[in-house]
Each structure stands twice: as C-alpha cells, then as structure tokens.
Design a protein around this ligand. Structure first.
Ligand SMILES: O=P(O)(O)OC[C@H]1O[C@H](OP(=O)(O)OP(=O)(O)O)[C@H](O)[C@@H]1O
Ligand SMILES: Nc1ncnc2[nH]cnc12
Length: 175
C-alpha cells in the first residue's frame, strides 16, 4: 500500500519564536512505512543517475541521506557544522531562513569525478544545499542530483537550483 507522505508532516506556526511556519518532518521519520517509502523513492531517483556517493548536511540531512546510501550500497559523507571535523576540511558559508552558518567536509571525502547525490530533509532558501554543493564541487565531485523530502515553494530555493537535477517528494506553500 502507498503511504500519503503529506499525512506525516506537521506544520507548526511561529516555531521556535522565529515567526516562520515550521514544517516538521520528524513524524515522517518516526513512521516506519512512510520513512521506508520516502527513502525508496529518493534512492530510485539516485539509482537512475548512477550515484556513487551520498552527501547530506548536518543534522537532518544525515537522517535522510544515510538510508538512501545504504539502499544504494554506496558511501555517505557528512557536511558538518563548522569546528566538528578532526581532519583538514573544505568550508562554505551560507545564509539561512533564520541566521547564517558554515558547513565543512573532510578535504578528501569526495574523489574528483565522483557522481554525488546531495540530500536534505527540506529545501527552503536553498542556502544549505548550495553550500553543500559548493563543498562537493570544491573537491571535484559531480552533483548528479539533489533530493529532498520537502520543498517550501515560497522561499524559491528551487529557482536557485535551476542548474541541477532536483527531486522533492512534497511541496508546501503559504500556511
Ligand atoms: O534551504 P535553507 O534555507 O538553507 O534551509 C533548509 C535547512 O534548514 C534546516 O536545517 P537547520 O539549518 O535548521 O539545521 P538542523 O538540521 O541542524 O536543524 C533544514 O534541515 C535544512 O538543512
Ligand atoms: N520553515 C522551515 N521548516 C522546517 N525546517 C526549516 N528549515 C529552514 N526553514 C524551515
């Protein structure tokens, strides 16, 4: 049976005192059937593009990215928030819907020419995923796909990803 993934995303107005509608995907991850279906759909998108490595940003990109990598039988490399990695790193700074941040990856996490899927739970302004793409490209990786559970249409992240092959399983607009 097919699960309606929208039934597993909760919309929370004004959380956490930031004046935005927060789209909470933790209920989806907490539901075995929904999480498995979402993972399978994004893994199929990746398989069709010959993905050799999956990269996801901290923190929720790890949760979505790891089972996709496992399903494909390829590796997962994390893009971590600044200051967490023990080895030399590449860095990219970006603006968020709320605030700004720097992401880092170990400098040899991706081999030149490797086909990479970048994945996150949610696309808002696109800042996080563009920084993740920047890190992969600094190492010579080829981003063959970007995958999300949710696209927040009103924040126009998809337009900033127009040069990439993008898949989002759900779209939300307004309230
Ligand atoms: O498209 P953007 O405007 O960049 O926003 C999307 C990002 O925002 C959220 O992460 P957050 O920065 O809240 O970090 P977290 O996963 O550690 O909670 C979300 O998980 C995405 O990574
Ligand atoms: N509106 C939102 N809901 C959930 N996660 C987010 N990350 C950035 N903006 C978000």
């Amino acid at each position: 049976m097919t699960v309606n993934l929208y039934d597993h995303v909760e919309s929370i107005p004004d959380f956490p005192e930031k004046g935005i509608v927060f789209r909470d995907i933790l209920p989806l991850m907490a539901n075995g059937e929904a999480f498995k279906q979402a993972t399978a759909e994004l893994a199929q998108f990746a398989r069709e593009r010959g993905v050799e490595m999956v990269v996801g940003p901290e923190a929720r990109g790890f949760i979505v990215g790891c089972p996709i990598a496992y399903d494909l039988g390829v590796g997962f490399a994390p893009a971590r928030k600044k200051g967490k990695l023990p080895r030399p790193a590449v860095s990219a700074t970006y603006d968020l819907e709320y605030g700004s941040a720097t992401l880092q990856m170990e400098h040899d996490a991706i081999k030149p020419g490797q086909k990479v899927l970048v994945v996150d739970d949610l696309l808002a302004t696109g800042g996080t995923i563009l920084a993740t793409i920047d890190l992969v490209e600094q190492m010579g990786g080829i981003v063959v796909g970007c995958a999300f559970l949710v696209d927040l249409k009103d924040l126009h992240g998809m337009e900033r990803l127009k040069d990439y092959d993008v898949k989002a399983l759900m779209e939300f607009s307004g309230e």
